[in-house]
Design a protein around this ligand. Structure first.
Ligand SMILES: [Zn+2]
Length: 317
C-alpha cells in the first residue's frame, strides 16, 4: 500500500499532510535498468515523497516537477507528481558516489547545485513556458543546504511566504514524508488587537509547537510506523482532523511520440550516425525502462514530419 493523507488542526492556523510510498516505490526501482547507489536512491525516494507533498499542498492541476541539477556525481535528479498523485522519478549519475554522501556531496561539490520546482499546468498552451522557481543550494547568506528538506523549506518561504516544516526519509523498501504549513491569518501583524492576547498567543504558538513535534520524527518511524500510530504519537495532544486517504501510484508518461521528439532534438546527423553503426536506434525510457525502437524508415519519417524542430531543452522523454 502507498498512502497519502491530509490533516489539519481544528481552530489552529496549521495544516499538514503525510505520504508513504511502498509498492509504488519498489515498482519504480524495479523498472530501472541499472541500480542506483543507495545515497542516490534515497535522495530520489525523498524527492518523490516531497514532490507529492508539494503537489498536494499546492492543489495544482498539472505536473509538479522537482528537479535537482548538480555539479557533483549526480548531474540531474527529477521527480514528477501529478494531480492524481501518480508520480515518476529518475536520476543521472555521472561519477563515483562517496559512501554516506549528503545532498551537497551529491549535487553541490563546486557550489553550482540548484533545486528547481516547475509547475506545468495540464492546460498549458504549446509554446508557453511553465512557471519555474529556483533555489541555489548555496543561498544568499552563504548557507549550504545538506538536506533536501532545507532547500524546499527555503523555497516555500521565498515563494509562498509561509513557514513550512518538512521531514523526508527513504530506503530500498519505501519513501515517506510529512509536511506542516502555517496558514495565513486575517489580521496578521496585529493578532492581539484582533483576537485578544490569549487567543493571539495560542495562534502564534501553534506552528512552532507542531513543527517541533514533527522534527522529532525518526526516519524509521516515518518509513514504517502505521500512519494511525505515527499521527497519534506526534499529535495526541492536538485537535487533529484527518481527511480521507488517497493512494499515490507509480506511472510513467513516456510515449513513442515524445521519444521521437527527443531524437529530432538530437539532430539528423547524430541519428544517422547511430543508424549507420547499429541499423536502428534503441532507447529505453529513463523513468520506466520502456524500450523504444526506431528503424531507418521511422527516423526518416520523424525528420520529415517534425521538420527538424527541436523540443524545449527541459523536456525529458
Ligand atoms: Zn517511461
Amino acid at each position: 500500500m502507498s498512502d497519502f493523507q491530509k490533516f489539519l488542526f481544528e481552530g489552529l492556523p496549521v495544516r499538514g499532510m503525510v505520504v508513504r510510498l511502498t509498492d509504488s516505490w519498489q515498482t519504480l526501482l524495479s523498472r530501472r535498468e541499472t541500480a542506483l547507489p543507495p545515497e542516490v536512491m534515497n535522495l530520489l525516494g525523498e524527492m518523490s515523497a516531497c514532490a507529492l507533498l508539494l503537489q498536494g499542498n499546492l492543489k495544482f492541476d498539472g505536473t509538479l516537477i522537482l528537479q535537482m541539477a548538480g555539479d557533483g556525481p549526480v548531474k540531474l535528479a527529477v521527480a514528477e507528481a501529478r494531480t492524481d498523485l501518480s508520480y515518476r522519478a529518475t536520476a543521472n549519475v555521472v561519477g563515483p558516489v562517496p559512501r554516506g554522501a549528503d545532498l551537497a556531496d551529491l549535487l553541490n561539490v563546486h557550489g553550482g547545485g540548484r533545486c528547481a520546482i516547475t509547475l506545468d499546468p495540464s492546460d498549458r498552451p504549446a509554446g508557453v513556458q511553465p512557471y519555474q522557481g529556483v533555489v541555489p543550494l548555496n543561498d544568499a547568506e552563504a548557507r549550504r543546504f545538506n538536506r533536501l528538506e532545507q532547500a524546499v523549506e527555503h523555497y516555500m518561504k521565498m515563494s509562498e511566504q509561509l513557514d513550512t516544516k518538512i521531514v523526508l526519509a527513504a530506503n530500498a523498501d519505501g519513501a515517506a514524508g510529512m509536511l506542516i504549513q502555517r496558514m495565513p491569518l486575517e489580521g496578521e501583524g496585529n493578532l492581539e488587537g484582533r483576537y485578544g492576547a490569549e487567543r493571539a498567543l495560542e495562534l502564534e504558538d501553534a506552528f512552532p509547537r507542531i513543527a517541533m513535534k514533527v522534527g522529532t520524527v525518526k526516519p524509521e518511524e516515518l518509513l514504517s510506523l502505521p500512519l494511525d500510530q505515527l499521527l497519534h504519537r506526534l499529535f495526541w495532544e492536538e485537535p487533529l482532523r484527518r481527511f480521507d486517504p488517497a493512494e499515490p501510484t507509480f506511472r510513467c508518461t513516456c510515449s513513442r511520440e515524445r521519444v521521437g521528439r527527443m531524437l529530432v532534438g538530437l539532430g539528423r546527423e547524430e541519428v544517422d550516425s547511430i543508424l549507420l553503426e547499429r541499423g536502428d536506434v534503441e532507447i529505453a525510457c529513463n523513468f520506466c525502462g520502456a524500450p523504444y525502437r526506431f528503424d531507418a524508415v521511422d527516423c526518416a519519417q520523424l525528420f520529415q514530419t517534425e521538420g527538424g524542430v527541436a523540443p524545449p531543452p527541459a523536456e525529458l522523454h
